[in-house]
Design a protein around this ligand. Structure first.
Ligand SMILES: Nc1nc2c(c(=O)[nH]1)N(C=O)[C@@H](CNc1ccc(C(=O)N[C@@H](CCC(=O)O)C(=O)O)cc1)CN2
Ligand SMILES: Nc1nc2c(ncn2[C@@H]2O[C@H](COP(=O)(O)OP(=O)(O)OP(=O)(O)O)[C@@H](O)[C@H]2O)c(=O)[nH]1
Ligand SMILES: [K+]
Ligand SMILES: [Mg+2]
Length: 486
């Protein structure tokens, strides 16, 4: 990716306008974007299920020329921007039919990348799209790197960095709320807020610098007003920073492991919670031998639940391996549900298990309460939920306990507009401390030059959030996490 970014940044040459294509009936357009080398990728998923349509996407100076060597539209259909053509993809050498397809042309700059984009809407599955992609490559296009279409959209100024991150978040979203937060990012909600902060920092900087350069011609600096503006900026930045926890929960979700002795009802709990017979349940202790996963959404947060093998001394080799996996799952989880059978209660085994997991966020699930009031509850102060998993009871209480433990009770539609990611939080943390540093410098009555140093740091860090000020390694980091074709 290092190479990719330097190659592409290095290739921004305003004025270097590609006019490599120009089929007879292709409209010429005003080139405002310096088009780069043409890239190609399959834009739709090819696994796990075969979609009925698959899209091959081309972007760059020769996208139309490449497409025209492959795609044949019968009748008088013209290659107009933002129109769909119907036709056939033929092998350019043999004229052999490769697919019956639709073609969408979007001429620069009215496209996702702002370059010429051609989409070939082929039949789904693997073969049609792969063959069409191979033909595009044979005609001179290069396979796109992960995130390269969106990187071009960014380099061509159609998106800023937070919007590009929003696109990756939307593609990866695992809950409606995560998708909503990602859309707000794409629509520039965070961009707007950050730009506003940055422009006010620039105003303060201008005021201060003017006093350095033209001290004699201007009234003295209104220090009280600067103080107020810094206070306001600091509290706004702090408010945005406070959304990082929610952003993290929405993006990466939670991993919850159900652990406990055999037969306490762990698999029954997984099934009740996911409302399907995900795991095998029997009256035999030692039924679950491997980790069974289920994907849920709890209060808007994507949750991966792991049901595990019941933990006990065992001489069975398969069961032993399963128990090792249970322990690994518990250690890798964000929240551990230590499950006990209410008719048996807290025994030495639970005490041992508890010692192994108590350093993690945990909840004691007392199951089978339908069989009577639970026996022998622990003396320790453990968050506790009572369930009757086989009857599907206690799931709401369990979900509430989890949300409370991760302090996510307030994830709701009202505050999804800002949910910053770790990169954005890191930059805003630097903004915050630089602004505080300006305050300190002011209070110490240091020369104005010192104020401007910290103000500039704050401004630079804000610019990193939106991508106005950025390094290649930041681009690298962000776009390499995208999927191919995005
Ligand atoms: N077939 C298809 N569906 C898709 C996409 C795509 O690229 N192809 N998208 C890809 O992610 C998303 C839609 N996003 C898009 C965003 C902007 C433009 C675009 O062409 N924007 C231009 C011109 C708009 C206009 O004509 O007014 C621009 O903003 O300059 C296209 C798609 C989701 N669905
Ligand atoms: N009465 C009652 N029985 C339950 C409840 N939950 C589970 N059971 C029963 O307890 C037995 C064991 O349930 P499982 O869900 O297989 O227990 P497990 O903890 O996954 O067991 P292993 O996988 O063997 O470790 C089954 O017969 C269930 O029907 C409950 O809430 N009430
Ligand atoms: K069992
Ligand atoms: Mg089980």
């Amino acid at each position: 990716m290092d190479l990719l970014v330097s190659r592409h940044i290095g290739s921004i040459r305003p004025g270097d306008q590609s006019t490599a294509w120009g089929g007879s009936n292709v409209p010429r357009k005003k080139d405002t974007i310096a088009q780069r080398e043409t890239i190609a990728a399959i834009a739709t998923a090819i696994v796990p299920q075969q979609g009925s349509v698959g899209i091959v996407r081309l972007s760059g100076g020769t996208a139309v020329a490449v497409a025209q060597t492959l795609f044949h539209a019968p009748g008088g259909q013209s290659w107009e921007s933002h129109r769909i053509l119907y036709g056939h993809v033929l092998h350019p050498d043999t004229q052999q039919l490769v697919d019956e397809a639709l073609l969408l042309l979007m001429c620069s700059p009215r496209s996702y990348t702002r370059e010429d984009v051609v989409e070939l809407h082929c039949h789904g599955g693997i073969m049609a799209v792969q063959q069409v992609l191979q033909l595009c490559v044979a005609q001179g296009a290069r396979l796109a790197e992960p995130g390269e279409f969106t990187l071009r959209a960014f380099l061509n100024g159609r998106l800023d960095l937070t919007q590009a991150e929003g696109i990756a978040d939307l593609v990866g979203a695992q809950s409606p709320q995560a998708a909503q937060a990602a859309l707000a990012g794409i629509r520039g909600k965070l961009t707007d807020v950050i730009r506003h902060c940055r422009s006010r920092c620039l105003d303060v900087l201008a005021e201060v610098e003017a006093r350095i350069d033209f001290a004699d011609d201007l009234p003295p600096l209104d220090e009280e007003s600067v103080r107020e503006q810094l206070e306001t900026l600091l509290s706004e930045v702090a408010q945005i920073l406070a959304t990082a926890h929610q952003g993290e929960l929405l993006r990466t979700g939670l991993k919850v492991a159900i652990v406990g002795q055999p037969n306490v009802g762990k698999s029954s709990l997984l099934n009740a919670w996911s409302r399907c017979d995900r795991a095998i349940v029997t009256a035999l202790p030692g039924t679950t031998r491997d980790v069974v996963e289920s994907q849920l959404v709890v209060g808007g947060i994507p949750v991966q639940v792991l049901d595990t093998a019941g933990i006990r001394e065992s001489t069975d080799q398969v069961e032993q391996l399963g128990i090792e996996r249970s322990q690994t799952a518990a250690q890798s989880a964000d929240v551990v549900l230590l499950t006990v059978d209410g008719t048996v209660g807290w025994t030495d085994t639970e005490a041992t298990l508890y010692r192994a997991i108590k350093h993690k966020p945990h909840i004691l699930v007392v199951n089978k309460v339908d069989l009577g009031p639970p026996l022998r509850l622990p003396v320790t102060d453990v968050p506790l939920v009572q369930t009757a998993a086989a009857a599907g009871q206690g799931i709401d209480a369990l979900e509430n306990a989890i949300l409370e433990i991760v302090q996510a009770g307030q994830v709701n539609a009202a505050n999804l507009d800002l949910a910053i990611n770790q990169r954005q939080a890191a930059a805003l943390t630097r903004t915050h401390s630089s602004l505080q540093q300006v305050q300190t410098t002011m209070e110490a009555s240091l020369p104005l030059d010192f104020w401007t140093i910290d103000l500039r740091d704050a401004i630079r860090a804000l610019g990193e959030v939106t991508g106005e000020e950025m390094t290649e390694s930041m681009l690298d980091e962000i776009f390499s996490r995208f999927c191919i074709g995005k």
